[in-house]
Design a protein around this ligand. Structure first.
Ligand code: FAD
Ligand code: NAI
Length: 475
């Protein structure tokens, strides 16, 4: 007889595995379907994030940053010579971190009594009491039933028409995280988050990196002050970023890859590189999911349609994470997973989508939450802003990380914080104060009046909040 569950989660990335754990904590008989295989061919939980996304990229960013820093310690009076990097060792460190994290999810499933159904799930129909699914692709196919289903199938790299990814010469994130040696010349298509993070990794290790970006402006989603500073820093570091290009023919030969493109003036150009990374965004995974079998609607871009509570139009069916609207971020997927499980349990959770932080883990890092000054103005909101640099902050100077600033955007009438934008080596650790303030509908004066430890980088957030009313103390 088909196994019957209260809750079945399809996909065990950060959205799905967290949803399954929360559902099990709430007392539901829960299963998660997952058939991901890693480079060794082993079945692994954790999805894109743990296997080929957030976790391995941050491991390589850290290794490459240490390598670069070790060569620039003169200011501390430390001279180091003959710094070398062993790429194989760096990669096995990364692989060990990934293995620890993905096995950690297996442990959490056992601890919380979540059944891992190995394979890929597909809807086969609806019943009076929920949904029927087939799990196939690993061992014998099996049929199961579920009262409630949470779809968390994630996303895959957006293909570039006419370009075949082989993860040897032409790579997506999977190949770009696993280079066995530093490519002398690395081409990247797309100056978004992956292009900048992975471009930075390989530049720090010695690659000549050229990034080809279709849009005429750089990091258009960021506040203008942030994109301007980021452009200045990244180009100074040696990333060669070409904006406003149109990609033409891409051909791979034994000797490398040739990318033909037209530049922002319409002139024909050629980029010759040893490896090419394609990072032009990601698309939702719904192929083979059997959406038709149950009448589950997709929006025109292929995402599963959901409301602000991740409810689809069908009863007891939720979808979360990269497969639905909103930013493709692991923490957004996780919180949606918790929300879906708690809704099934009759609770009343909600997510404030205006308060989801973004972090780009370059150096300097870029972090923001809420609206940029330009977005607020475009919505007709009258704003006041405050900006303060790290260059006069004692802690930043002590750390030899004086580059960057904090910018606070507040409503001119109410002083409510609408957005906070940070450029700094440790922006990822500083942004959370802004997220918390915004979640509690705080004002810039709230931040300005809260005692901040000294000397800390967070004092710059306080000074930027003070600057909103033109009363910074240390400048
Ligand atoms: P995924 O993690 O994609 O997981 C979906 C899972 O569903 C996969 O395991 C897949 O095998 C499985 N699946 C698909 N179809 C089926 C099926 N039919 N049956 C069963 N299983 C199925 N985000 C951040 O917040 N911070 C970062 O630093 C960050 N860095 C990133 C770096 C890179 C290089 C990349 C590519 C992404 C990064 N992201 C980051 C984005 C983040 O990885 C995603 O937003 C996140 O993984 C989405 O989670 P998810 O659970 O929705 O989907
Ligand atoms: P992205 O959306 O961040 O950037 C894609 C870039 O490619 C854009 O600048 C776009 O204009 C450009 N582009 C699109 N088509 C193009 C073309 N034909 N030619 C040239 N340029 C083109 O997508 P990316 O970098 O692939 O990352 C995917 C997603 O993964 C991100 O949006 C983010 O949600 C997530 N991610 C998050 C990270 C983090 O939180 N630190 C790190 C890495 C990825």
């Amino acid at each position: 007889m088909a196994q019957a569950f209260d809750v079945v989660v399809i996909g065990a990335g950060p959205g799905g595995y967290i949803a399954a754990i929360r559902a099990a904590q709430l007392g539901f008989r829960t299963a998660a379907i997952e058939g991901w295989r890693n480079a060794k061919g082993e079945l692994a939980l954790g999805g894109t994030c743990l296997n080929v996304g957030c976790i391995p990229s941050k491991a390589l960013l850290a290794s490459s940053e240490e390598y670069e820093k070790a060569q620039h310690l003169d200011a501390h009076g430390i001279s180091v010579s003959g710094v070398k990097i062993d790429i194989a060792k760096m990669q096995s460190r990364k692989d060990a971190i990934v293995a620890k994290m993905t096995r950690g999810v297996e442990y959490l499933f056992k601890k919380n009594k979540v059944a891992w159904l190995q394979g890929f799930g597909r809807f086969t129909g609806r019943s009076a009491d929920g949904y029927t699914l087939e799990v196939a692709g690993v061992g014998e196919a099996q049929s199961i039933s579920a009262k409630h289903v949470i779809v968390a199938t994630g996303s895959s790299v957006r293909p570039l028409p006419g370009v075949t990814i082989d993860n040897e010469a032409i790579c997506d994130n999977v190949g770009a995280l696993a280079f066995p040696a530093v490519p002398k010349r690395l081409g990247v298509i797309g100056a978004g988050v992956i292009g900048l993070e992975l471009g930075s990794v390989w530049r720090r290790l010695g690659s000549e990196v050229t990034i080809l970006e279709a849009l005429p402006n750089f990091l258009g989603a960021c506040d203008d002050a942030v994109s301007k500073e980021a452009w200045k820093q990244f180009t100074k570091q040696g990333l060669d970023i070409k904006l406003g290009v149109k990609i033409g023919k891409v051909s791979a030969k034994k000797s490398g890859v040739t990318v033909e493109y037209t530049d922002d003036k319409g002139a024909a150009q050629k980029l010759e590189c040893d490896k090419l990374v394609v990072s032009i965004g990601r698309v939702p995974n719904t192929e083979g999911l059997g959406c038709d079998a149950i009448g589950l609607a997709l929006d025109p871009r292929g995402f599963i349609e959901v409301d602000e509570h991740c409810r689809t139009a069908l009863p007891n069916l939720y979808a979360i994470g990269d497969v639905v609207r909103g930013p493709m971020l692991a923490h957004k997927a996780e919180d949606e997973g918790v929300m879906a499980a708690e809704l099934i349990a009759g609770q009343k959770p909600h997510i404030d989508y205006a308060c989801i932080p973004w972090v780009i883990y370059t150096n300097p890092e870029i972090a923001w939450v809420g609206m940029s000054e330009q977005q607020a103005k475009a919505k007709g909101v009258v704003v006041k802003t405050g900006q303060f640099p790290f260059s006069v902050n004692g802690r930043a100077l002590g750390l030899d990380e004086p580059v960057g600033f904090v910018k606070v955007v507040a409503d001119a009438a109410t002083d409510r914080v609408l957005g906070v934008h940070i450029v700094h080596a440790r922006a990822s650790d500083i942004i959370q104060e802004a997220v918390t303030t915004m979640e509690f509908a705080g004002a810039s004066e709230d931040i300005a009046r809260i005692v901040h430890g000294h000397p800390t980088l967070s004092e710059v957030v306080k000074e930027a909040a003070l600057a909103v009313d033109k009363r910074s103390l240390n400048m």
